[in-house]
Design a protein around this ligand. Structure first.
Ligand SMILES: Nc1ncnc2c1ncn2[C@@H]1O[C@H](COP(=O)(O)OP(=O)(O)OP(=O)(O)O)[C@@H](O)[C@H]1O
Length: 657
């Protein structure tokens, strides 16, 4: 382990053997399993090819088969030429007799060139399509995985490992075509050889086997090494990424973080070089052993040929053809070994992608279920507990919360008390470990039918929720796209886009940008501009409003806004609630919660208090009052002044859970 590894990542970044074993990676490496998996993986690639461009795939297959046949004809022609030349008689006659076979040889060369060109054109057309098909399958299944499942390290590792196999599909196709080409050629040569003399075939195999063994052994060694070093490799790549990230540029210079990162890179990549050296040495050793056995087999092969010729078991012409076939087959073999070696590695990566798709579908968000009541009146969280995978303490413990349309519900509490987790439970992103989350229908006057979120059509749940998370994504796309991405399941509606931007007070800003709505809100692009933190937050709010959902979950929506903008933003949320939307507001700004209809105070995953602002302030020694007074004191307000904040709309009593 390097010093940088300890300093920056707290310890050794290597997958241990037990984990790799547990993941089944080593089991998958066994030769027999790999040999069995090869046709399946080639099948995956071929199926993707057939689904995207059947004509191109047919073209490739026909061209390959044609090349094999052409090779066989070539050897027959060589045999014909040699038989004519070795026959008794005057040289002129022998040459004349060999002319038809020579003409066939010329024809074979032309045919081979045409078929190679056709195969190149067809596989060039097919390869990118196969890569796209496999990538789409992988990324589609990854985006359908339950959020909670993505938090589990064993699922995350599978999904991560699968990423590397998407372009392997393309390379697998190229290699499959190459290998098929060589194999067909060799099979053709083998058939011709076997028909000349049965003993020639085992000789060819004896030359081939040691090289194949060496190739598989080296590929396997490299794969195991790559699995062990995957975290380390990712960490090194991250260090380099930081160096060029625009938002890290300031710290990299002002805090000299750049020197620290570069030192880390130098040390850690040095360690990887040591591993590369080890692999190269091991590979050289394996190659030597394989070459030695293959060489011995070649000597034996030519010895047998010699004996056959001298003992009269083989005519001279057939011996000549055999030498040509062995020479070309050995050249083909070298290319085969190189390609199989690469194919084996690509196959391992592709099988990681296949495994990721399988794991992802095992944790996919269900597509079916009960439809939500229409209209939904409120969400009732009942006795809900939730622990993040790998955590020892529950993030939520036996929580009861009701969120109604037409009201602002505030969630407050110390850092880590569970507010964001509760918001994600409300939004259907996380499913409770125990307890229920009911989506209740009806009108303000009366409760209707109810559906538990696990049984519901989740797509309908997502359609009913707009959300602005604390760390919402800032897409490197246009301002318009950054809002429209709030409803990726609908065609873009320009009028509603403008309306959402106006409601979030960001319309004038966008229209004033050099390229207006088409400005890319990321510097570095030709139409790129840089937005401030507060401007981004307004854009994020516009995105959640564009969703137009009856439930709006906003997590610290004003943390980057100036005081005036903040007051306006909270006023707008109030207006939105008055229009019938359920607004769930997660915030530390307690001045803003004063006008909320209901406030839940979380403490280490429990609901410690709930009620209106007025009532919670009436609880001497209460958590809410303590937090509010602490904030008021920062502004130099006395308790009596602080109590002058707007009164809640109703006078409901404080309730304790
Ligand atoms: N993805 C996660 N994986 C594991 N634990 C998590 C994850 N997200 C949050 N936690 C843990 O769950 C607890 C509740 O976190 P949560 O983000 O809900 O708190 P919060 O009240 O929103 O905090 P803050 O005010 O700091 O945003 C914390 O102990 C936190 O460390």
């Amino acid at each position: 382990m390097s010093a940088a590894e300890r300093e920056l990542f707290g310890g050794r970044l290597r997958w241990d053997d037990a984990f790799v074993e547990h993941e089944g990676a080593v089991a998958r490496l066994r030769f027999a399993r790999m040999a069995a998996a090869l046709p399946r993986m080639v099948g995956v690639v071929m199926r993707a090819g057939w689904e995207t461009d059947p004509r191109a795939l047919t073209g490739v297959v026909v061209a390959q088969a044609g090349q094999g046949l052409t090779t066989a004809f070539g050897l027959v022609a060589v045999n014909g030429v040699l038989s004519s030349l070795f026959a008794d008689g005057p040289t002129d006659d022998k040459l004349r007799q060999s002319l038809p076979a020579l003409a066939l040889l010329a024809l074979v060369s032309v045919g081979m060139a045409l078929l190679t060109a056709w195969s190149t054109a067809m596989s060039g057309r097919l390869e990118p399509q196969v890569e796209r098909a496999v990538s789409l399958r992988y990324y589609r299944s990854v985006t359908e995985v339950e959020v909670a499942a993505t938090e589990r390290p064993e699922v995350q590792r599978h999904l991560d490992a699968g990423k590397f196999g998407t372009d392997s599909a393309r390379r697998m196709l190229t290699l499959s075509v190459g290998v098929a080409n060589v194999v067909i050629g060799m099979v053709a040569a083998a058939v011709v050889l076997a028909s000349l003399h049965w003993a020639l075939l085992p000789m060819l195999l004896a030359i081939a086997l040691p090289k194949a063994w060496g190739a598989v052994r080296s590929a396997r060694r490299e794969y195991v090494s790559r699995r062990h070093w995957v975290d380390h490799r990712r960490a090194v790549a991250t260090l380099l990424q930081y160096l060029t990230m625009p938002h890290a540029a300031g710290e990299i210079r002002a805090h000299a973080a750049g020197s620290l990162l570069l030192r880390g890179y130098e040390e850690m990549s040095g360690l990887m070089e040591t591993e590369q050296r080890r692999l190269a040495r091991a590979q050289a050793g394996t190659d030597l052993v394989a070459a030695a056995f293959s060489g011995l087999a070649s000597v034996g092969c030519y010895g047998v040929l010699w004996w056959l010729l001298t003992s009269g078991g083989l005519p001279m012409a057939v011996g000549g053809t055999a030498v040509v076939a062995i020479r070309t087959s050995t050249a083909r073999l070298t290319s085969l070994v190189q390609q199989v070696n690469r194919m084996y590695e690509e196959m391992l990566r592709l099988s990681d992608t296949e495994e990721a798709v399988r794991v992802a579908s095992g944790h996919a968000i269900p597509r079916t279920g009960r439809p939500l009541p229409a209209p939904v009146r409120e969400i009732q969280v009942r006795d809900v507990s939730f622990t993040y995978p790998g955590a020892t303490v529950p993030a939520l413990h036996r929580v009861d919360v009701s969120v109604r349309r037409g009201e602002v519900t505030a969630l407050v509490g110390a850092n880590g008390s569970g507010k964001s987790t509760l918001a994600r439970i409300l939004g259907g992103l996380l499913l409770a470990d125990s307890g229920d989350v009911w989506w209740v229908g009806g009108t303000p006057e009366g409760e209707g039918e109810r559906v538990e979120v696990r049984d519901a059509v989740r797509a309908e749940v997502f359609r009913s929720v707009g959300m602005l998370t604390q760390d919402f994504p800032t897409w490197q796309m246009t301002a318009a796209a950054n809002i429209a991405v709030g409803a990726g399941d609908r065609p873009r509606d320009a009028a509603r886009l403008k309306e959402a931007a106006r409601a979030a007070d960001v319309d004038e800003l966008i229209e004033g940008l050099p390229h207006g709505w088409d400005s890319i809100v990321f510097k570095g692009y030709e139409r790129g501009v840089q937005l401030s933190g507060g401007q981004w937050q307004k854009l994020g709010t516009a995105r959640s409003l564009y969703r137009g959902a009856p439930f709006l979950l906003v997590d610290e929506p004003t943390s980057a806004l100036d005081p005036h903008a903040e007051i306006e933003a909270f006023d707008r949320l109030r207006t939105l609630a008055d229009s019938g939307v359920a607004v769930v507001l997660v915030t530390h700004r307690l001045a803003a919660t004063a006008s909320a209809d209901h406030i839940y105070v979380l403490d280490r995953g429990h609901i410690a208090e709930h009620g209106t602002h007025g009532v919670l302030m009436g609880r001497a020694g209460g958590l809410y009052r303590g937090m509010f007074d602490a904030q008021a004191a920062q502004y130099g307000l006395t308790a009596s002044v602080a109590e002058d904040v707007p009164a809640p709309r109703d006078g409901s009593a404080a309730q304790s859970p």
